[in-house]
Design a protein around this ligand. Structure first.
Ligand code: NAP
Length: 304
């Protein structure tokens, strides 16, 4: 899909939203039923645009059962009516409601990211490799006054990424598995973090003690994960959000981004999970190839 067409779709969507807003506020302020029906219609129009643009794309998500990954999964399913996504889950029960709402578009694979067999299952849809993999795998971090920050799994992001890359390579070498419907090799987008840049400070001064001392273990893991990506011959993007919040989305207009080593660094304190998920969906999934050409092989910071 050409970006000009995409812009066109966004324009139309914007016009619809504006039209309904004006209708609501000026013409029939009390008729909320009508407004809701019209908003539903606008959502359907948006969904159908996206579906026409990406009819057959298949995705796999790791870390889709919690936090940013689960928000991405929900947003993806809401924004598209065709296409497919596989989600690996240690506890599939966490995705039961979503599966009931989207029985055809979502497949759940019960497994663990360190288990190559279940990782491979997650990477295949209808005999083909998926087009794009999203990994929002993260570690559980416990805090106690006695021990400070501790984690039972200090290498999960590094080893999880190794596992995805190994599974992809093995599947690509398997003649029984077809390539992605796009005809290109499967791409990988991972969630990394700010505070690990080799190009100088990318966090506010006040965050330095938290990031460099208290969160040293998860950040070492993320750094090792990024090194694995850098050595890989696959197309990848590492998204580096600043500290994640659970508040409502502020919208794409509030999100600042920068690419490591290119121009001014977007330095900020926090960003809400919902906006990180929305940004990835809009820029790296629904926006097609354009931004992969722009950010492929790069680390992109997101913050407010
Ligand atoms: N928290 C922050 O401020 C911050 C800042 C920058 C970047 N990040 C990164 O941003 C991403 C999203 O963070 P988040 O806090 O929104 O999500 P999160 O709560 O850290 O979610 C972690 C996900 O990873 C899954 N997971 C962990 N170990 C697994 C394993 N062995 N096999 C399969 N799945 C496994 C979890 O599954 P279960 O549901 O089974 O546990 C969950 O779905 C993470 O990569 C995180 O490191 C976080």
């Amino acid at each position: 899909m050409h970006s000009s067409n995409l812009l066109h779709c966004h324009d139309i969507q914007h016009q619809y939203n504006t039209y309904f807003f004006l209708l609501h506020t000026h013409l029939c302020p009390k008729n909320t039923t009508l407004l809701l029906l019209q908003l539903e219609a606008a959502k359907d129009i948006q969904t159908s645009f996206y579906s026409k643009m990406f009819p057959d794309s298949a995705y796999a998500i790791f870390g889709g059962t919690a936090g940013t990954g689960s928000l991405f999964l929900k947003q993806y399913l809401q924004a598209t009516s065709t296409g497919h996504i596989n989600a690996l889950a240690r506890s599939p029960g966490k995705l039961v409601e979503l599966k009931q709402s989207y029985p055809k578009k979502l497949s759940i694979v019960k497994g663990d990211i360190r288990d190559l067999t279940t990782v491979k299952q997650t990477l295949i849809h209808e005999g083909r490799l998926v087009d794009t993999v999203i990994s929002s795998i993260g570690m559980v971090i416990d805090f106690s006054l006695k021990k400070g920050f501790a984690t039972p799994d200090s290498t999960i992001c590094h080893e999880g990424t190794v596992s995805i890359l190994k599974a992809l390579s093995e599947l690509e070498a398997d003649p029984a598995i077809l390539p992605p419907s796009s005809g290109q090799r499967t791409k990988l987008l991972v969630l990394s973090t700010t505070g690990i840049s080799d190009y100088g400070r990318d966090i506010p001064y006040a965050m330095i003690p938290l990031y460099h001392y208290l969160l040293a273990t998860p950040h070492r893991d993320k750094k090792n994960m990024e090194k694995v990506l850098e050595k890989s011959d696959r197309e990848w993007i590492a998204i580096r959000p600043s500290f994640l919040g659970n508040y409502e989305a502020k919208g794409m207009g509030s999100v600042r981004w920068s690419v490591e080593g290119e121009g001014e660094v977007a330095v900020g304190y926090v960003i809400n999970r919902e906006d990180v998920a929305g940004w990835i969906l809009e820029k790296c999934v629904l926006d097609g190839e354009k931004n992969w050409r722009r950010w492929g092989g790069k680390k992109v910071t997101l913050t407010y």
